[in-house]
Design a protein around this ligand. Structure first.
Ligand SMILES: C[S@@+](CC[C@H](N)C(=O)[O-])C[C@H]1O[C@@H](n2cnc3c(N)ncnc32)[C@H](O)[C@@H]1O
Length: 217
């Protein structure tokens, strides 16, 4: 069955699906495994957790998460780009790992159906109102007391990070990156109802790792 991308004003990457796994490790300067490992350590997974990965791309992080779960747990990766999901599904190795074409701003999952939500390099692909809607959706599908971990572009912490961020914003003609580097993420995360996000790591001077929670009811 042919997968169809879903409509969104987010910057989707159907056109890059075939080369994404070649270029991403280069963009992450060969540190992708270390980067994913750190995100996963912040999640403090229990083997039975249900985990949602927003804007999963080809599903590298989703699969690494699934590898740490037992049969009771599962990892679900969603992406609005059908070709990204097509690549992710072809590479799927685990039963407890699935991939769906879906927009982060309109999730089809039940309320409180996940123990953790994670996202890597997705939020700089959507405009501010979709950042807000995606976070509202993440809040809705996360159980009270569940964790949200986001790695994404944020206020640069080094001159090299500032250079990379600003060049990317103009090269990709992506004002959504401009919002991130102006520092909108912590405010929109809190506005969605999450606890004030803590920055627990930074990478390459332009990516921050945010750790936050849906408060207990
Ligand atoms: C830079 S990639 C990140 C992929 C992966 N998480 C990673 O860390 O490599 C951003 C992804 O967000 C997806 N995307 C853009 N807008 C979206 C939306 N509204 N809902 C879901 N995914 C979206 C793109 O198709 C793309 O695969």
């Amino acid at each position: 069955m042919t997968l169809k991308s879903v409509p969104t004003r987010g910057r989707t990457l159907d056109h890059a699906a075939g080369v994404y796994d070649f270029f991403e490790p280069i963009l992450l300067l060969g540190k992708q495994a270390e980067y994913d490992k750190r995100i996963i350590s912040v999640l403090e997974l229990d083997g039975s957790n249900r985990v949602l990965d927003l804007g999963c791309g080809t599903g590298v992080l989703t699969r690494s998460i699934a590898d740490r779960l037992n049969e009771g747990g599962n990892a679900v990766g969603i992406d609005a780009a059908a070709k990204m999901i097509g690549v992710a599904r072809r590479k799927r190795a685990a039963e407890n790992c699935r991939f769906e074409v879906m927009a982060a701003e309109s999730l089809v999952f039940e309320d409180a159906s996940f123990d953790a939500v994670v996202s890597s390099l997705f939020f700089h692909h959507v405009p501010l109102d979709l950042k807000e809607k995606s976070l509202a959706e993440a809040f809705r599908v996360l159980r009270p007391g569940g964790r949200l971990v986001i790695a994404d572009m944020h206020v640069p912490t080094t001159w090299m990070g500032a250079l990379v961020s600003h060049v990317s914003r103009w090269f990709f003609m992506q004002p959504q990156i401009g919002e991130n580097i102006r520092g909108v993420l912590p405010g929109v995360i809190e506005k969605a109802g999450f606890t004030p996000p803590e920055i627990v790591a930074t990478y390459f001077g332009y990516i921050s790792l945010f750790d936050t929670w849906r408060p207990e009811a």
